[in-house]
Design a binder for this molecule. Structure first.
Ligand code: 8YV
Length: 321
């Protein structure tokens, strides 16, 4: 029997590339001389796509009428219109679970760097300034502070556990209250006003665009610290630059940006912003585990008709009649 054909939209983790080649006929779109011609020629045989960040919307789906599954690398899938996909009978999978600890570790590292100004202090040493003067004391400390988590999902809970070990107490805002012991705030504004640290872990996309705006930043206050390890689109970046510039908040630690890999020039100029190049899950073991889950989703779906980790929008496609 001929092997099913899987389209890979762009270069991906090696585990994905080798794993898929073992089981499937693979089309590497970025190596195709003329991607449009390849898509048109082979559209009828492409039943699945593996992707690591390509925009997958209605027009893209129109070009692949035989498509039934999109296996996405990463937990966030805001570049994929999973609702439109579901309307057309296309299942979307992501890679939850395997990156929770890594992203939570990064979030805590970023928080430490931001509150205790660690990268700035290192720059002070490297510039030879230590022999002239000690690095100034930081205004912020972590112990005894309160962290408000925007989006208490799996990664949010992993961050909460770590933060508690640091002596930080936890509050959160989600659309719905969860069965957890943390303080719940039914609005983001109330949460921001009540906490010292606002930790963003909510998914990106239209529903959450600019949720953290000038008003929320004002509520966070002059001693407030904003950390974002989710998606840059959740924060109104113009408003954030202004809030940092005018000391409306104390500081921000950002792993994600509105227009990655471009970073707002206003942020680059600010000493009270710690900026990382979207490295939340970026270790070899974690990225390999994410890659393996992409492969396992595809293999499971072709073998049993059931993917391992479908996104919520796709679940109705999987209900047995
Ligand atoms: C990766 C992420 O940077 O999982 C996510 O949603 O943002 C990160 O783990 C991303 O998947 C890389 O493509």
């Amino acid at each position: 029997m001929s092997r099913p054909t899987v389209l890979i939209t762009g270069p991906m983790n090696e585990v994905v590339q080798t794993g898929l080649a073992e089981h499937f006929e693979v089309i590497r779109l970025w190596e195709a001389g003329d991607p449009d011609a390849v898509l048109a020629e082979r559209a009828k045989e492409i039943t699945a796509v593996a992707t690591g960040g390509a925009e997958i919307d209605g027009p893209f789906l129109d070009r692949l009428p035989a498509l039934r599954l999109v296996a996405s690398f990463g937990v966030g899938y805001d570049k994929i219109d999973a609702t439109v996909a579901a309307e057309r009978g296309v299942i979307v999978t992501n890679t939850p679970g395997v990156l929770d600890d890594e992203v939570a570790d990064t979030a805590m590292g970023l928080l430490l760097m931001t509150a205790r100004e660690l990268s700035r202090a290192e720059r002070h040493l490297r510039a030879g300034a230590w022999t002239e003067r000690s690095y100034p004391l930081t205004k912020a400390t972590l112990s005894g502070r309160t962290m408000g988590i925007l989006g208490l999902g799996r990664i949010g809970e992993a961050i909460a556990r770590r933060a508690q070990a640091f002596g930080i107490s936890i509050a959160y805002h989600n659309r719905h209250r969860k069965d957890v012991a943390y303080s719940y705030y039914s609005t983001l504004l109330e949460l921001a006003a009540a906490v010292d640290i606002l930790m963003i872990v909510i998914p990106g996309g239209d529903e959450t665009r600019h949720l953290v705006d000038a008003q929320v930043l004002k509520a966070l206050g002059t001693d407030g610290i904003l950390i974002n390890v989710a998606r840059g689109t959740v924060v109104d970046e113009e408003a954030l630059v202004e809030a940092l510039r005018t000391n409306t908040i104390l500081s921000a630690g950002l792993d994600v940006f509105e227009h990655e890999p471009e970073v707002h020039p206003g942020l680059l100029d600010l000493g009270n912003a710690v900026l990382l190049p979207h490295v939340g899950s970026a270790s070899v073991p974690t990225r390999d585990a994410m890659g393996q889950l992409v492969v396992d989703n595809l293999v499971s779906w072709y073998e049993t008709g059931k993917p391992l980790t479908p996104v919520q929008e796709s679940t109705r496609l999987l209900r047995t009649p």
